[in-house]
Design a protein around this ligand. Structure first.
Ligand SMILES: Cc1cc2nc3c(=O)[nH]c(=O)nc-3n(C[C@H](O)[C@H](O)[C@H](O)COP(=O)(O)OP(=O)(O)OC[C@H]3O[C@@H](n4cnc5c(N)ncnc54)[C@H](O)[C@@H]3O)c2cc1C
Length: 493
């Protein structure tokens, strides 16, 4: 039986950040992730540490200011995983946002960033915009606004946070799920007895803990309901906190020289981005309400979403129409149910206390430190300890391990030092090999072989891992082929 101050459920950026901050405060903490670290939204984001320019339109100024401060703080903690990128916002005749409104928005964004802004905004004429990005559609182009945001490697940043948590004493268990929870019998020390099952190793883990933190992203409501049924059998289920939405991205060969692009979709006026990442362009995202988020691995983008993104991007960067995307990925946003349309919903977060169960709902990647601070303020009261504060200047996270070119070295490193337990973990979330032209298939056998040796996989597991990864790549390619036909005239939905 392992005695803890808190047990965190969910190994996305939120849960990892809670575990890291608690461990740095010297608290006894363990984290259970039922799949892989960052296997949910934390590896399927738009890869931006940002204030969210578009939230200014909804008047969420304090949220934007806070996120911009976090953008600077997080980027300074992980300089090799986050870099400033100049974004171009084309001004097109007849568009919803004209030059005055765009300039006002960019000025406000600079002001809210304060001294932490990477470089201030600028306005460009159409000729200047085309000189910067010759691939932009010329028809109707009036000019562009330019501003800066940070682009980050979401999955590897989450792994860096996990490594820091472990370095400060946290225990991180992946492929582990809580199976039983009940108040302890100890009359002196109140707490909870927890049993969890490690699926890979096939054994149970037992803990006693003062608090359980539910940081399970889009699955927060389902987790809270399940835990409360164990703690308070017969009590009514709690009302839901979230209104999750699915967001899909396409990955193209680089569509721009260096810039990110922020666009407004012609068909529905939604804002979406082209984000330069690892020599590719991430194009997204969509926003489709999902009533109950699918289990990991079951999340499938819709061909209509793929066609929508391909059609809209080809309108603004016509070169995209002649190319087929390399990859497609989707994630579910854990948005708070605020009654607004999902697109207008803010990315605020909320901490809810059900006795010793503390739930964190909502938020965004950029503000992971703030979310952890707010969770631990509540946990601290229960533990009768001072709440950890958010340091202005945090020491850097452990330097990310360089990504080995050789598949065997990659597999050994991912399994030995970065918590990877499957081939997909290594190729998709410990490296950028999934963005290679061959989607990492060329090194897959070496990676799987090294992982099999390191993790002692049973006979047949290596083959299963390879088959599963190949099937995933094949499914993505089939979806892209069904949804998009590259032509010189544009992409077909
Ligand atoms: C398409 C899209 C684009 C986005 N773009 C950005 C962006 O550019 N910038 C930004 O700041 N934010 C962005 N976000 C938001 C951001 O990605 C999320 O807010 C953030 O990653 C959520 O992290 P999380 O840890 O709360 O959830 P997740 O990352 O989803 O993690 C939850 C984890 O809990 C695990 N889990 C579920 N149930 C259990 C259980 N019972 N026990 C144990 N583990 C469990 C899951 O396997 C998962 O790993 C985007 C989100 C999406 C979907």
């Amino acid at each position: 039986m392992i005695a803890l101050d808190l047990l965190v459920l969910g190994g996305g950026i939120t849960g990892l950040s809670v575990a890291r901050m608690a461990a740095r405060a010297g608290w006894r903490v363990a984290l259970l992730e039922r799949d892989d670290l960052a296997s949910g939204a934390s590896s399927s984001s738009s890869h931006m540490l940002h204030g969210g320019l578009r939230y200014l339109e909804h008047g969420h100024f304090s949220l934007v200011r806070e996120a911009l401060a976090e953008r600077a703080a997080v980027a300074s903690m992980a300089p090799s995983l986050a870099r400033p990128v100049r974004f171009l916002a084309p001004l097109v005749r007849g568009a919803r946002v004209g030059p005055l409104r765009l300039r006002a928005g960019l000025m406000l964004y600079d002001v809210l960033a304060g001294r932490a802004a990477p470089s201030p905004h600028a306005m460009a004429s159409a000729a200047q915009a085309l000189a910067l990005e010759p691939g932009l559609a010329r028809g109707g182009l009036r000019g562009a606004g330019l501003y800066s945001d940070m682009v980050m490697d979401d999955a590897r940043l989450a792994v860096a946070v996990a490594r820091d948590a472990v370095a400060h004493g946290a225990a991180v268990h992946t492929r582990c799920e809580l199976t039983a929870l009940r108040p302890t019998d100890d009359p002196v020390r109140s707490g909870l007895d927890v049993t969890a099952h490690d699926r890979d190793r096939g054994h149970d883990l037992r803990f006693t803990t003062r608090v359980v933190v539910n940081a399970t992203g889009a699955w927060t409501d389902a987790t809270r309901t399940a835990l409360l049924r164990m703690l308070r059998p017969g009590a009514p289920d709690p009302p839901r906190l979230l209104r999750p939405t699915r967001g899909t991205h396409l990955v193209y060969p680089a569509l721009t020289r260096t810039h990110g692009i922020v666009l407004t979709a012609a068909s529905d006026g939604r804002v979406f981005f082209v984000v330069p990442f690892a020599g590719r362009s991430l194009v997204g995202t969509t926003e489709i309400e999902v009533d109950s988020p699918p289990e990991p691995g079951q999340l499938r983008p819709d061909p209509a979403e793929v066609g929508y993104l391909a059609g809209e991007i080809a309108r603004v960067l016509p070169g995209a129409a002649t190319q087929r995307p390399l990859a497609v990925f989707a994630g579910v946003r854990p948005l708070l149910d605020a009654g607004a349309q999902p697109g207008g919903a803010s990315r605020e977060h909320r901490v809810v206390e059900d006795g010793p169960l503390v739930t964190i709902a909502g938020g965004k990647y950029t503000t992971f430190r703030v979310m952890a601070r707010d969770v631990l303020a509540v946990v601290a009261l229960r533990l009768g300890r001072p709440a950890p504060l958010l340091p202005r200047n945090e020491p850097p996270l452990p330097t990310p391990l360089a990504e080995p070119i050789d598949g065997t070295a990659l597999g050994a490193q991912a399994a030995g030092e970065e918590f990877a337990r499957s081939l997909d973990d290594a190729l998709r979330r410990r490296s950028t090999r999934w963005l290679d032209d061959d989607r990492g298939l060329g090194v897959a056998a070496d990676v799987a072989g090294a992982m099999a040796r390191r993790l002692g996989w049973a006979a047949g597991r290596e083959r299963e891992e390879l088959d599963r990864y190949e099937a995933m790549v094949r499914d993505e390619r089939t979806l892209l082929e069904r949804a998009i036909t590259p032509t010189h005239g544009g992409a077909r939905a």
